[in-house]
Ligand binder design. Sequence first.
Ligand code: ZN
Length: 290
Amino acid sequence: MTDAQPTGDELVTIERHDRTALITLNRPRVHNAQNGALLYALDRGFQQFAEDDSLAVAVLRGAGRSFSSGHDLGPGADRDVSFDRRSLWWDHVGKEGVENRLAREEELYVGLCRRWRALPKPTIAMVHGACIGGGLMLAWSCDLIVAASDAFFSDPVVAIGIPGVEYFAHPWVMSPRRAKEMLFTGRRIDAEEALRFGMVNHVYPAEEVLERTLALAGRVSGMPRLGLALAKSAVNRAEDAMGLTVGMDSAFGLHQLGHAHNAEVFGDPNHGGGQAQLKRVTTQGPDAGA
Ligand code: ZN
């Protein structure tokens, strides 16, 4: 049974499939590029899921051809818009330099992803098409990842002088050597390779992935709510004991250093002199550079 429940705007929609909430990013014309409006709409979707006792598991997917092409750096980026923030960081709007970037990225990128990771109910990312840069952050915030056979993953931001996306989970969701290669080359990792890396749980043909993912969610939703919450917390704490949180904090500082260097040298925090390289690594095929 499907019961569409728009969240007030159409940037994110929620459908109910028994006890599973199917949450859909809905900016398909820009491959679900993430601006502030989309991320806060997603946060409202997760909040609605969290508060609804009849919902046990959430599946996060993207509408259109891709899961998410990353952070919106185009005309729809809404960088100068104030939102109802979830942390106690000051509003970045009207601030300059690091006061602007750090506050915005702590709140909008790292803060929201950590909030979603800590959601006590299980979440599953269902990834198809592109999962690039900031797209990784949404997938990695979820507990399980199911990939369609056409999915590919890439973090190309070393090409613009940034060490990796803000939610720097790379060395914990794959081996450190795999993480270094992914970052050093920026190349696409296809679904089967991501499966070998241990970064995704399952790969299914694109035409089957929704049915298979909902079946997995249905199986999980049969478990007791508290048991699931405790198991999730136990694994998350183990990841933290393996250094995820402090490592991510350290990398985020380096990330800000990269932005500051770009702003100082190139006059643009997202321009590290490698724009041509960035274009090359984001348009090449899955096997290039392997
Ligand atoms: Zn950044």
